[in-house]
Design a protein around this ligand. Structure first.
Ligand SMILES: C[S@@+](CC[C@H](N)C(=O)[O-])C[C@H]1O[C@@H](n2cnc3c(N)ncnc32)[C@H](O)[C@@H]1O
Ligand SMILES: [Zn+2]
Length: 299
């Protein structure tokens, strides 16, 4: 794993720094107290230190997400994240370096972008493509997701980590934190972000996928979602701007199945009933993409 990324990682057991060690053909990250974390052949490191509360998205869900994203349907979201991340880094550079440990030479030279609940890493890859000096780290509890995220971009690495636990990152080690349709942990996000860093949060707007919600009986977006997100982060972050991104997608029946398989309804809907309803839709199926991108600054 790239030493510029290992440098920012911390042992999930004792919070000491980690370094790469090799024993035979096996590679691992190890701390001075000899806690050891395997580097999987597929390129990610397991920094869970214990059992996952659940295993995140299944291989089928991740494959569905990868196919759908590869068709470019959510590129508007990737592009908006890349723009917001670029703005955030430029603003931080213009304001000068923050005080404290984050001023270490490594962080100055290689700002770190972390994607919490990164899935396939496609959004992270788009952000890294826009930031030629940045390094990237995808965190997720899903191994199938991490296998893809580890290969998403040459400057990205991937680690198995649970957003609800202590993140395996040094204090103030992250310049930009992405959270796209994934769980949020305000206290930990605040701890790992630089004081001049930015947290970019993407959540569904009230009319996201509205046509499918009605026709297929999917889970509805909570109309107070934006307030709930801001509220859950409010102790640690202030939202400084918000944009609603909209696009009209024209989807085939199989793409609709994929899109449904990516979202929370995949866990809650009877597959046979859903397939029958999707088959009854006239193609192409017009679908509204409506998501909110909030830019949050540490308090
Ligand atoms: C709806 S997907 C979004 C994936 C990606 N951000 C995207 O937009 O393509 C949610 C992701 O969060 C991950 N996830 C769920 N609970 C998590 C947790 N407690 N810690 C880390 N990741 C988690 C899932 O495995 C899944 O990859
Ligand atoms: Zn340790």
């Amino acid at each position: 794993m790239d030493p510029r990324i290992v440098d920012r990682l911390r042992c999930p057991v004792c919070a000491e720094p980690l370094a790469e060690a090799t024993a035979g053909t096996a590679r691992a990250l190890r701390c001075p107290r000899r806690h050891s974390f395997d580097l999987a052949r597929q390129g990610y490191v397991d920094l869970l230190a214990g059992r996952a509360p659940h295993s995140g998205d299944t291989a089928e869900m991740v494959a569905a997400r990868a196919d759908f994203l590869a068709a470019g349907h959510y590129d508007v979201v990737s592009a908006a994240l890349a723009d917001a991340a670029t703005d955030a880094l430029h603003a931080a550079e213009a304001a000068g370096r923050p005080p404290g440990p984050a001023t270490a030479a490594g962080e100055a030279a290689y700002p770190l972008v972390v994607d919490a609940g990164a899935g396939t890493g496609r959004h992270l890859a788009a952000v890294l493509a826009a930031l030629p000096h940045a390094m990237g780290l995808a965190l997720d509890v899903s191994k199938p997701a991490l296998r893809r995220a580890a290969k998403a971009h040459p400057r990205a690495a991937a680690a198995l980590a649970d957003t609800w636990r202590r993140l395996p990152l040094a204090d103030a080690s992250v310049a930009v934190l992405l959270d796209v349709f994934a769980p949020r942990n305000g206290a930990e996000f605040r701890r790992v972000l630089r004081p001049d860093g930015a947290l970019l949060v993407v959540t569904p707007a009230a009319d996201h996928l509205a046509e499918l919600v009605g026709a297929l009986g999917l889970l509805r977006v909570d109309p107070d979602k934006a307030d709930r997100v801001a509220g859950s982060l409010a102790d640690h972050f202030a939202e400084v701007s918000a944009t609603v991104l909209r696009a009209r997608l024209e989807l085939t029946g199989p793409e609709v199945s994929t899109l449904v398989g990516m979202g929370p309804s995949a866990w809650h809907t009877d597959p046979a009933a859903l397939a029958a309803r999707i088959a009854a839709l006239p193609e192409p199926v017009p679908v509204t993409l409506a998501v909110r991108l909030g830019v949050h600054r540490p308090r």
